[in-house]
Design a protein around this ligand. Structure first.
Ligand SMILES: C[S@@+](CC[C@H](N)C(=O)[O-])C[C@H]1O[C@@H](n2cnc3c(N)ncnc32)[C@H](O)[C@@H]1O
Length: 337
């Protein structure tokens, strides 16, 4: 059984974790495990839990795999994903028994606060996925981020401090994470939040997106792939929940194929996908999602296919859409940014 769980687009939404751990157990999750010192301690200290480490850094995952294998810890799995996307798409309601966040990046500049992992929305979401009584442990050495975290916790009515104060300073009696060891060696005070999920019902505005059929559009376009590709310039579109950047276009005249490399963002998921336009008969193209990279056909992907097809149609006055199976309402107006 692999230590690293497949990517978010290959997993079930929500995921059957027992399949990946080889047993049923509640989840103990660390977001941003870094050098995995704390994560491996969780695995050792809670052999009855399924311990899941989340990271966005590939090198951290590689190093953690080595550590876990050396220590032969059978109850830990790793996943390359952002904490927000994990909670939203992959977790069932009430499936987490403990959530740990150690020394999250503080993004100290005021213009960067929106990049902070912890905010009121993140905590609202976490509350929906945590069972009553589940632990929420957060540590930081950044004073201003600690005030921010505290005010977010106070706003989210679903957590209560297990201490008789919002947080404590000092040195926790536990295996220290790498950033904790660095802060302590510089004599910086570490700040610890030790909270619990209370019994207040959470407001689950975070519905798991439904998988849609593979999108396709058939259109009439009296142009060769070479003629089309000469018109391409990178462009971006955004609308409501979606944004797409069409980065480059490649052509294969021998196979009558155009491929566009695109980033599709639908908060909190970002997929890099290839969209393909294949010339079938003399004046007909079919626009589809290329299977490379296991893309997930979400509403954002349907949006990206629609606007790629619209762009193709905009190239010739006789072009027109013949058929489409897209599950998003066609828009009268599109906004180019
Ligand atoms: C400052 S380091 C702390 C590492 C470790 N927790 C420690 O205390 O030593 C923050 C870590 O969180 C990871 N990270 C940042 N944003 C994340 C996100 N949205 N989801 C998961 N991990 C994230 C980073 O890659 C980095 O390894």
């Amino acid at each position: 059984m692999s230590l690293e769980i497949p990517s978010i687009t290959q997993l079930g939404w929500p995921t059957e974790w027992a399949m990946h751990f080889g047993r049923e157990a509640m989840l103990r999750v660390e977001v941003g495990f870094g050098d995995a010192t704390f994560l491996t301690a969780l695995g050792r200290n809670f052999p009855e839990s399924n311990v899941l480490g989340l990271e966005i850094s590939r090198p951290s995952i590689r190093r953690a795999i080595k550590k876990i294998e050396e220590e032969k810890l059978g109850n830990i799995r790793l996943l390359k994903v952002s904490g927000l996307a994990f909670l939203w798409f992959l977790c069932d309601l009430g499936s987490i028994e403990a959530l740990y966040i150690n020394f999250p990046d503080p993004w100290p500049k005021s213009g960067h606060h929106e990049r902070r992992l912890i905010n009121a929305r993140f905590l609202e979401l976490a509350a929906t996925r945590m069972k009553i009584g589940a632990l929420l442990r957060i540590a930081t050495d950044h004073e201003e981020y600690a005030y921010w975290i505290n005010s977010c916790l106070q706003q989210t009515k679903c957590f209560v401090s297990s201490l008789n104060q919002p947080y404590v300073r000092g040195e926790a009696k536990r295996i220290n994470s790498k950033y904790e060891r660095m802060a302590l060696s510089e004599k910086k005070a570490c700040i610890y939040f030790d909270w619990e999920r209370n019994e207040i019902e959470s407001n689950n505005q975070f519905l798991i997106p439904k998988e849609l059929p593979m999108p396709h559009v058939v259109l009439r376009l009296p142009m060769t792939v070479g003629e089309v590709s000469r018109h391409f310039n990178p462009y971006s579109l955004s609308e409501d929940r979606f944004s797409v950047r069409y980065i480059s276009l490649y052509q294969s005249p021998s196979r009558q194929i155009l491929v566009v490399d695109a980033y599709v963002r639908e908060d909190p998921l970002e997929q890099r996908v290839l969209l393909m336009a294949r010339r079938r008969e003399q004046e007909e193209y079919i626009v589809q999602l290329h299977e490379v990279g296991f893309p997930r056909p979400t509403a954002g992907i349907h949006f990206a296919v629609q606007y790629f097809a619209d762009w193709l149609c905009s190239l010739h006055e006789d072009a027109q859409i013949i058929r489409r199976n897209l599950r998003i309402a066609p828009k009268e107006e599109k906004e180019k940014v």
